[in-house]
Ligand binder design. Structure first.
Ligand SMILES: [Zn+2]
Length: 437
């Protein structure tokens, strides 16, 4: 059973049991009631029609009709008798089916493409990372490789008889989510790249919806729905990579902002007399806590490619830092401590703004969490508003570098839960009964 984020920006369901006038209104009511029933069983587990009716406030006849349609779409199944209480006949329990419906998430990052697929019940079907030097080639080459990874994944899901309900691609940059175009992804060197359109031209079937989103926002959703802080409705996610990504979940919703650009914490100015950032500004948070900053401080003899904001094989660099730290290199220890302090300073601003319960740190931050967290927590305590920081803890993500692709698949699942009619009725399935209100 998976937790869903209620009322997400992608149009969370609105339950409605009111009668409606025009056919368009009726279709809308029907859709939101289908979503209500599907989401209810998804969140609370198997239960009978009468229990669903009681708990959702829909009438029993309506629930029977809605369940019939959800069965026809391959989203619910009957699993056996279940007693609703001490008295009365047992009803057949309904469970999420969805084993034939898949969600595919991908992440394009500086040095890899990740693919993650689940069925609607959350069973992991694909979880892999392909090494790929996205910085070393143009966007067309990267998209060709992305299309290849997608094609391979879809062929595998096809063999498993899983229909792909949608594809979401995570990208480290600013994304126009309405058109699936990456406005700018500086670390990939992408400017105005129409990813969704490109993938359709590359052969992704037109009946499979494609969306594109910011990687840190998707990772924040993954943390909220299935990570260490799962279910914490106010959390901030920070990922340390070459740059810094951030996502804010507030009241169970991802903050996206007017253009979907919210959470660009890496370019919040923290030091007016600091260094120039890859974005061209001075003293961005990223220049203090990005992996490039750590490498520069910890291993100045190896600080390469810093001047243009570009850095190759970040994981290799991190591995070397971890090795030197384990060997007791004092300079490395000091450098990690300095990153921890700046991590706490920047986070104090976020805590004052958003009052989160948890700050989940991912990417390279997670790998150095034992050293970073005590320092960051102390700095947070020193600088944040007392009441908020007293109830806010740093925790290390355990989702690894796959968090964004996991969140990307989660978005697809969420869309199906929000609109079950996006999944076609299966051939030879019983027609849904006429709905009565
Ligand atoms: Zn910047």
């Amino acid at each position: 059973m998976h937790r869903s984020w209620t009322g997400s920006r992608n149009g969370g369901s609105t339950s409605s049991n009111r009668s409606a006038g025009t056919p368009a209104d009726q279709a809308t009511v029907r859709r939101s009631n289908l979503s209500l029933v599907l989401r209810h069983v998804s969140e609370y587990g198997p239960r009978s029609r009468s229990v669903v009716a009681m708990e959702t406030g829909l009438n029993k006849t309506t629930v029977t009709s809605l369940v019939g349609e959800l069965q026809a779409r391959g989203l619910l199944k009957e699993i056996g008798p279940q007693h609703a209480g001490a008295v009365g006949r047992p009803g057949l329990a309904l469970a999420l089916d969805g084993s034939g419906v898949g969600a595919l998430g991908l992440e394009v990052n500086v040095d890899y493409i990740a693919a993650f697929a689940t069925d609607l019940g959350g069973r992991v079907l694909i979880d892999r990372r392909v090494s790929f030097d996205a910085m070393g080639c143009d966007s067309d080459r990267s998209l060709t490789e992305l299309a290849r990874v997608i094609g391979e994944a879809m062929a595998e899901l096809d063999l498993l008889e899983v229909r792909v309900a949608g594809i979401t691609v995570a990208v480290p940059g600013l994304v126009d989510t309405a058109t699936g175009t990456v406005d700018v992804a500086p670390n990939l060197g992408w400017y105005g790249v129409p990813v969704a359109e490109w993938l359709v031209r590359a052969g992704v079937p037109p009946n499979v919806p494609i969306s594109v989103d910011n990687d840190a926002n998707l990772a924040a959703l993954a943390e909220f729905t299935g990570g260490v802080a799962s279910g914490t409705s106010d959390l901030v996610y920070l990922t340390g990579e070459v740059g810094i990504g951030g996502g804010v979940i507030s009241g169970g919703r991802l903050l996206s902002g007017a253009d979907g650009f919210a959470g660009e914490v890496g370019h919040v100015m923290v030091d007016p007399s600091g260094e120039r950032c890859g974005c061209g500004r001075i003293g961005c948070w990223e220049t203090k806590v990005g992996l490039a900053a750590l490498v520069r401080m910890a291993t100045p003899d190896h600080a390469y490619g810093m001047h243009d904001g570009v850095m190759r094989d970040p994981e290799e660099r991190l591995a070397e830092i971890e090795l030197r730290w384990a060997a007791g290199d004092p300079r490395v220890d000091l450098a990690i401590g300095e990153v921890g302090r700046w991590l706490g300073r920047g986070s104090a601003t976020l805590v004052n703004l958003f009052n989160p319960r948890v700050i989940v740190i991912g990417g390279y931050f997670a790998k150095l969490a034992d050293r970073l967290i005590p320092v960051a927590q102390a700095e947070l305590k020193r600088l944040g508003v007392e009441g908020s920081v007293a109830r806010c803890d740093f925790v290390a993500s355990d989702l690894g570098f796959g968090a964004a692709s996991r969140g990307a698949a989660g978005i697809v699942t969420e869309r199906v839960l929000s609109n079950p009619t996006a999944i076609d009725v299966r051939l030879a399935a019983p027609a849904p009964e006429k709905e009565r209100e």
